[in-house]
Design a protein around this ligand. Sequence first.
Ligand SMILES: NC(=O)c1ccc[n+]([C@@H]2O[C@H](COP(=O)([O-])OP(=O)(O)OC[C@H]3O[C@@H](n4cnc5c(N)ncnc54)[C@H](OP(=O)(O)O)[C@@H]3O)[C@@H](O)[C@H]2O)c1
Length: 301
Amino acid sequence: MKAVVITTPGGPEVLQLHEVEDPELKDNEVLIKVEATALNRADILQRKGMYPPPPGSSPYLGLDCSGTIEAIGKQVSRWQVGDKVCAILSGGGYAEKVAVPAGQVLPAPIGASLQDAASFPEVSCTVWSMVFMMSRLSAGETFLVHGGSSGIGTFAIQIAKYWGAKVFVTAGSKEKLAFCKNLGADVCINYKTEDFVARVKEETGGKGVNVILDIIGAEYFRRNLDSLSFDGRIFVSGTAMGGAITEIDLRVVLSKRLTIQAVSSFGDDMNVNYLNSSEHGSELICLCYVVLYNSVCKFVN
Ligand SMILES: NC(=O)c1ccc[n+]([C@@H]2O[C@H](COP(=O)([O-])OP(=O)(O)OC[C@H]3O[C@@H](n4cnc5c(N)ncnc54)[C@H](OP(=O)(O)O)[C@@H]3O)[C@@H](O)[C@H]2O)c1
């Protein structure tokens, strides 16, 4: 098969199409003939050599894919050859074929193209698990997502609005903020020209927001804690953009009874484990149907 290979760490020019071995199919896996894959920030970091793939996973880029099942492993009963699917991967989407554990596969949403479907698994697993399962965002609460126009942000805005939350976003330009507003964001903050802590306080009558999804890391951590309400929850999903080391006043955490959670993004260990557990895998499949069949979220470019 052909795959996009990282010849050496660097810019997009280091990517080359090479002839490589077909993946070997394990008993618990399906083999997908790839129609489309996605571009996540993690792919860019991997290309630059900053995110080595987890041991045992494909050396090729690509954390999502869509396509048609070409073969099934001996233990797989949930899928059949010919099924149109999308899947979350530990890598390997930038290839003509990928072998993936059956539990990481979702039905391709009816009404969406396979190209669009390839952008769904990674962001939906990430946002659903971090914001709703672990940070327990509820209807009527306030929610701040940094990088509102990112892949994560665009999904988070739409699903949080559907859930009944008031959504705050940060982004770096007027155009991006207008785009977020169009997706349903209630409070749009330009992080380059405004202090998001002051704006959050102003918009919440001094209380702060209930939940923050942070993609920045150290640079925002202290200010995020200042932006949370009593009993607030923050989920840190990465440090690549804002660094890993910072100092905080723990009294802020204690006095506001804050919950801090985080997970390393790479290899999607969390997402993969999450989807592979039958309870959460089914939940994600239901979400897939709710979101797509009821037009709760639209695919955006
Ligand atoms: N832990 C996990 O399981 C997991 C899974 C998926 C993704 N992630 C992480 O989530 C992050 C987003 O991923 P993605 O693929 O959605 O990224 P993306 O589409 O590349 O977007 C990155 C965003 O960051 C925003 N940004 C940069 N500096 C900012 C700042 N100082 N304040 C606010 N926003 C800022 C950019 O907004 P502007 O262009 O407006 O500046 C842009 O929208 C990445 O760090 C990724 O590693 C983690």
